[in-house]
Design a binder for this molecule. Structure first.
Ligand code: PAF
Length: 282
C-alpha cells in the first residue's frame, strides 16, 4: 500500500491507472469502513482510500479536536483490506488557503434532519468530497448507507455536476445486538453501549407499526421520541420520510409508500455525550 500525502504525488501515482475506485473516510476505521473498502476493491484498477478529518463539516462545539486519530491501526486495517493507495493529506495540503469556494447543496435536502441539527454540515461534506473527487478523479466512489442523507446529497451533487463517477451505497454493518457500527461508538461507556441498540430498535418498532397499518406518522414519531427520552436519550429526530427526496409524506400517500418500499426511517439521538444516527428502509 502506497501512502501519499500530497495532491501532486497522488496525481503522479494515479496517472498509470484508468479506473480508480475510491472510498473517502475520516479514519478511525472500523469493520463498516473495511466493508466499503472490500466492496470497492474489484470495482476499479486501483483502490484509493482517503483519510482526512474535515474541519469544514464540524460545528465549533463538535468533536473535531477530539475526533479519534488512529493512524497506525488504520494503516494496518487498510493494508489488510486491499487498499492500494492511502491518500492522507494534511489540512495545509487540502486547504492551503481558507476554502471560500463551497459546494452548496439544496436546502430542501441539506437543511433538514442532520442539516437542521448540524447547520452547514452538508456544505462541509459536499465541499470536501468534491475536492477529494478532483484529487482522485475516481470512476467509482463508495459510501456507507448509514449516513443515508449524506449519500443522497453526494448522489445529487454527482448528478447535477455531471461528474463521471458511479456512486455506490453499501448497507450498514451492525454489531451482534444490531447497533450500527460507527466511529463514535467508541465514545460510549459500557452502560451506554448496552443501551445504544435502542435507537435502531425504535426504528424497528416504527417500521413494525407502519407495516401493521398504523399510518399516522407524526404520532409514531412522537411516540418514539417519548420512548427514547424515557430511556435517558436526548433524541434530535425520529422521522419517517419519502426515500425519494427525504420529504415528509402526505397523509394519503403513506399506505402506498409502505407497500412500495418508498419510506425510510431516520433517527439521531444523543446518549450521554455521544450522538448516534441510524436509519431503516421500510
Ligand atoms: O462519511 C464520512 O466519513 C465523511 O463525511 C466523508 C464522506 C469522508 C467526508 O469527510
Amino acid at each position: 500500500m502506497k501512502i501519499v500525502r500530497t495532491i501532486a504525488e497522488l496525481r503522479q501515482h494515479l496517472s498509470a491507472y484508468k479506473h480508480p475506485a475510491f472510498v473517502p473516510t475520516m479514519g478511525n476505521l472500523h469493520e463498516g469502513h473495511l466493508a466499503l473498502v472490500r466492496q470497492a476493491k474489484p470495482l476499479g484498477d486501483v483502490l484509493v482510500v482517503s483519510i482526512f478529518v474535515n474541519r469544514l463539516q464540524f460545528l465549533p462545539h463538535e468533536d473535531f479536536d477530539t475526533y479519534p486519530r488512529t493512524w497506525e491501526t488504520d494503516c494496518q486495517s487498510l493494508q489488510g483490506a486491499g487498499c492500494d493507495v492511502l491518500f492522507a493529506p494534511s489540512e495545509q495540503e487540502l486547504y492551503p488557503e481558507p476554502q471560500t469556494f463551497l459546494v452548496q447543496p439544496p436546502p430542501a435536502l441539506a437543511d433538514i434532519l442532520e442539516g437542521h441539527f448540524r447547520p452547514g454540515f452538508f456544505v462541509g461534506v459536499s465541499t470536501v468530497v468534491m475536492k477529494l473527487f478532483a484529487c482522485v478523479q475516481p470512476r467509482v466512489a463508495v459510501f456507507g448507507q448509514k449516513d443515508y442523507q449524506q449519500l443522497m446529497v453526494i448522489r445529487g451533487m454527482v448528478r447535477q455536476f455531471a461528474l463521471p463517477i458511479a456512486v455506490l451505497g453499501v448497507a450498514t454493518l451492525r454489531a451482534a445486538d444490531g447497533l450500527a457500527l460507527s466511529s463514535r461508538n467508541n465514545y460510549l461507556t459500557p452502560l451506554e453501549r448496552a443501551e445504544a441498540v435502542h435507537l435502531s430498535q425504535s426504528l424497528q418498532q416504527m417500521a413494525q407499526a407502519l407495516r401493521a397499518g398504523t399510518l399516522d406518522i407524526a404520532a409514531l414519531e412522537q411516540q418514539a421520541m417519548v420512548d427514547l427520552t424515557a430511556r435517558g436519550w436526548q433524541p434530535d429526530y425520529l422521522a419517517a420520510r419519502r426515500r425519494a427526496d427525504l420529504q415528509v409524506p402526505a397523509a394519503d400517500e403513506v399506505a402506498a409508500l409502505v407497500q412500495n418500499d418508498g419510506l425510510v426511517l431516520l433517527g439521531a439521538a444523543r446518549l450521554g455525550n455521544t450522538r448516534l444516527i441510524d436509519n431503516l428502509e421500510v
